[in-house]
Design a protein around this ligand. Structure first.
Ligand SMILES: [Zn+2]
Length: 207
């Protein structure tokens, strides 16, 4: 029989920057109650603001042109960074030549073109997964998660610069900013991860 648990789903989510989300989520059920994706997202060791940004992408409320276009048919639906395809989260974060160049030029030399047919939830699963055997250590895995979240955030901000008629950052600039932000954020993410693991038993009550 599956052990039932009381799982404090979003301890870190609600204990950090509450400007992001004011909703407290608790769930009682079996260990299988939670979809693994959401569990990963709530527990992801990334900055609270980035977590909220990732949540908006995942639940489909990031105001990309494909979504806005349903209400405002006259809007130009094409990607503001490349103009080569309708703007969706999949295009912006997985297919856009701008994002592909950023990832390829980054320290990971990551080939985003391998993920062209993925949907955004599949991508989120990949970047939030802390048990990915591709990484040598948890620290490296956490760094990749943080790195991906920062790239996506800066890409979205760059897209918004186009929207507001501002000069956009180059691929090189986005890479440099990402490196800098990740260096700044990572020590606290690793520390949070260690703390969360130590607290883990406190949040699981077998009945
Ligand atoms: Zn594009």
């Amino acid at each position: 029989m599956a052990a039932k648990i009381l799982f404090h789903v979003s301890h870190e989510f609600i204990s950090g920057d509450t400007s992001a989300v004011s909703v407290k989520i608790y769930a009682v059920g079996t260990v299988h109650f939670l979809n693994s994706f959401w569990k990963w997202l709530w527990k992801a060791k990334i900055h609270e603001r980035l977590k909220f940004f990732m949540w908006k992408i995942s639940v489909g409320i990031l105001p990309t042109c494909d979504k806005i276009g349903r209400f405002l048919p006259l809007i130009n639906p094409f990607c503001m960074l490349c103009g080569g395809a309708p703007e969706s989260v999949e295009h912006l974060f997985l297919s856009c030549p701008f994002s592909r160049s950023v990832w390829w030029g980054s320290k990971w030399a990551f080939r985003l073109d391998h993920f062209q047919n993925w949907n955004i939830i599949q991508w989120m699963n990949l970047i939030l997964d802390r048990g990915n055997p591709a990484f040598d250590s948890i620290a490296q895995n956490l760094e990749f998660t943080t790195y991906a979240a920062v790239i996506m955030d800066l890409t979205w901000k760059n897209r918004n610069k186009v929207l507001h008629g501002e000069e956009i950052d180059s691929v090189e600039s986005i890479i440099a900013k990402t490196d800098s932000k990740v260096r700044e954020m990572l020590p606290s993410q690793i520390s949070k991860f260690k703390d969360a693991n130590q607290r883990h038993d406190l949040h699981i009550i077998k009945v």
